[in-house]
Design a protein around this ligand. Structure first.
Ligand code: HEC
Ligand code: HEC
Ligand code: HEC
Ligand code: HEC
Ligand code: HEC
Ligand code: HEC
Length: 497
């Protein structure tokens, strides 16, 4: 069967070459992705986005070429549009062939766009495609309790409008990566994160009861013995009896009958000078103001009032960057960093202050500094038990790579975790003993409100509380009563900046 004459022009031929070649490549890449076991985001971006785009451009070029040619011919007297004569069997076959091709093309592109949709929602697409930029978020994600929850479950909503919104901002992100316009680190809190009601609450609905939970922690002090210190706390997530629901305890804030609003005076929401809570059932309203940081009435009227949700406490559910004292403790607990090496905690802390500019030089700096310390201060160990030092270095390097990302300038202090109060003011942003209501009531900083201490001290000399009673907190090193009067952050943030 012959093609219409108008097809023989350069525009249509080039279009056909583009379309056919990209179609063949798509099929090859598609088969390859079916056969290979690991997913490669670059393969996906070619199979589902770039090649189909070239193919469609090629297909569009074919009729354009035909049209241009026909228009030229029509000036020479030939008809401008093809004459459709259904009585001619050649024409009928052409039309049939054209219909079959169009039908096949529509099916293939429907499957293709579905795959393209799935691909742009996949974890490799979000986490690996711009791997230097997303490395910190991706690495922490893989080590989080949400490692099997897809990025889009929290970052992109259901429905077409969220899809368009996220792909538009995605286009901007591709541009910003290509032209290096992205901030380092990526700024937070992110503006268009979906509200917790639509994300977290699909899997953890607020009425779900979580019993109080025992939280055991171990830290190592910076003395020569790396002395161990333990704290066990009962976290009062909820009341002791599940029939009481969310009427008390930490998750009281998300009780559907309560609405807590606040005004943050800094972009990172670290400083909260104004809090209001409304009991929706009784209509009782209370407003608290930080007496050290009073807002003017005009500021209260104009600044954003944010309604408290899961993300105000759990702001790092899947990208939690640990600070050096925490991740070194973890390395020591896991046995990656030998605790019998004198001063290893202190040395690690000093080295981990940086400065760090890129990963390779940082690892070299960690290695050299630790070798130097033991060579000079403990030549005996350096000569006889170098394997301990080697092991410690490997452990510290490993923990470093999971938590500090020099290229994106990411450390725990850039992305403060609002749960707790040791390194970020977290709960103490409101629970300060300074936030006073008009009636003179304060939001309490009483340790026992949120957790009760069950045991504390070194393993060989643990002190226990009496059953169902709390005991007073003992600060691991003597800081007099300062832990009662100061915020923990006032010392702890300066210990390891
Ligand atoms: C369990 C929910 C959840 C999942 C799953 C998740 N994220 Fe996030 N992500 C968050 C929250 C919450 C924030 C912090 C929002 C804030 O502080 O405003 C965040 C922040 C970010 C940020 C901004 C930088 C920062 O750390 O604040 C990036 C980039 C990001 N996520 C990328 C990803 C990628 C890529 C994946 C998948 C590999 C992913 N996220 C999976 C909840 C999630
Ligand atoms: C697609 C479902 C899903 C979504 C959406 C989701 N989570 Fe989770 N979450 C999980 C699963 C699964 C676990 C692990 C449960 C387990 O280990 O028993 C978990 C665990 C947790 C934990 C306990 C962590 C721990 O250390 O044990 C917290 C806190 C949490 N999620 C908060 C959040 C917050 C906040 C959001 C919203 C930003 C969120 N989740 C969104 C499924 C989800
Ligand atoms: C006032 C702060 C705050 C708010 C608001 C909050 N949580 Fe929590 N949540 C906590 C604390 C504190 C814990 C105790 C665990 C810990 O120490 O990490 C906890 C524990 C959890 C756990 C783990 C329970 C377990 O038994 O392991 C889940 C899941 C969880 N929260 C989900 C949510 C979800 C979903 C929301 C929003 C609907 C939410 N939280 C709102 C502070 C909060
Ligand atoms: C935005 C301000 C704000 C933040 C942040 C905040 N809270 Fe609260 N919290 C309140 C207010 C307001 C009350 C009610 C005070 C009252 O009744 O006097 C409260 C009450 C409580 C109660 C007592 C509930 C009861 O009645 O039994 C607990 C426990 C608690 N908060 C724990 C926490 C923990 C843990 C965190 C950090 C993870 C936290 N809160 C963060 C505002 C806040
Ligand atoms: C408003 C609630 C609240 C109050 C008040 C509070 N805490 Fe906490 N505290 C928390 C939460 C939540 C965590 C757990 C953070 C986490 O999951 O990492 C925590 C963690 C801790 C830890 C473990 C820290 C670590 O990282 O090893 C200690 C120790 C502690 N609190 C002591 C105190 C002392 C002492 C007081 C009284 C001066 C106090 N807390 C008052 C909510 C509170
Ligand atoms: C006056 C300063 C100061 C204040 C205030 C303070 N700390 Fe500390 N804290 C220290 C010092 C110094 C160390 C010892 C560091 C070391 O040797 O590793 C330490 C160590 C600790 C440790 C064990 C090791 C570690 O580094 O995590 C815990 C747990 C702790 N403090 C909890 C708290 C809590 C909770 C508060 C607030 C209620 C608080 N501290 C307030 C100075 C302070």
């Amino acid at each position: 069967m012959k093609m219409p004459k108008s097809v023989s022009n350069w525009i249509s031929i080039i279009g056909a070459i583009f379309a056919i070649n990209s179609f063949i490549l798509i099929i090859i890449l598609f088969i390859e992705s079916l056969l290979s076991s690991h997913d490669n985001p670059y393969n996906g971006i070619f199979t589902y986005i770039i090649l189909p785009a070239i193919m469609v451009i090629g297909l569009i070029l074919i009729p354009i070429g035909m049209f241009v040619k026909r228009r030229r011919k029509s000036k020479e007297g030939e008809p401008k549009w093809p004459v459709l004569d259904m009585n001619s069997s050649r024409q009928r076959h052409r039309l049939l062939l054209f219909s079959i091709f169009t039908f096949l093309f529509l099916i293939v592109s429907a499957v293709g766009s579905y795959e393209a949709f799935n691909f742009t929602e996949s974890i490799p697409f979000c986490g690996k495609l711009c791997h230097t930029v997303m490395e910190p978020e991706y690495v922490t994600y893989l080590h989080s309790p949400h490692a099997r929850v897809a990025c889009v479950e929290c970052h992109v909503g259901e429905g077409a409008d969220w899809y368009v919104k996220s792909k538009l901002s995605g286009l901007y992100q591709v541009y910003s990566v290509l032209f290096h316009k992205y901030p380092q680190p990526i700024s937070t809190p992110i503006k268009n994160l979906r509200p917790a009601r639509e994300t977290c609450e699909r899997c953890h609905w607020p009425e779900k009861f979580y019993a109080p939970k025992l939280d055991n922690r171990r830290t190592y002090l910076t003395d020569s013995l790396n002395s161990e210190w333990n704290v066990s706390m009962m976290m009062k997530i909820s009341p002791n009896y599940n029939t009481m629901g969310l009427t008390a305890g930490i998750h009281w804030h998300i009780n559907k009958d309560m609405r807590i609003e606040y005004i943050a005076s800094t972009k990172d929401r670290e400083s909260i000078p104004w809090v209001k809570f409304t009991n929706l059932k009784t209509g009782d309203v209370q407003t608290f103001q930080d007496t050290d940081n009073m807002l003017t009435q005009k500021a209260i009227d104009t600044l954003e009032h944010r309604i408290m949700d899961c993300m105000d406490c759990h702001n790092r559910p899947s990208h939690s960057y640990k600070s050096a004292p925490v991740f070194v403790d973890e390395g020591m607990m896991k046995g990656e960093i030998p605790t019998e090496l004198p001063f290893i905690k202190k040395v690690a802390m000093n080295v981990l202050k940086g400065p760090f500019t890129n990963k390779d030089s940082s690892l070299r700096y960690i290695r050299d500094s630790i070798y130097n310390f033991y060579k000079i201060k403990f030549p005996g160990i350096y000569a006889g038990k170098k394997f301990l030092i080697d092991k410690a270095i490997a452990g510290i390097e490993n923990e470093f790579s999971l938590n500090i990302f020099p290229y994106m300038r990411v450390t725990s202090s850039k992305y403060l975790n609002h749960i707790g109060h040791l390194e970020s003011d977290g709960c103490f942003r409101c629970h300060s003993d300074r936030h006073k209501s008009t009636k003179g009531k304060v939001i309490s900083k009483d340790c026992d409100w949120c957790h009760s201490f069950i045991s504390q001290g070194p393993s060989n000399n643990l002190q226990y509380s009496i059953v169902n009673k709390t005991m007073e907190f003992v600060h691991p090193v003597d800081v007099k009563n300062n832990w009662k009067t100061y915020f923990c952050t006032e010392c702890h943030r300066t210990l390891y900046p």
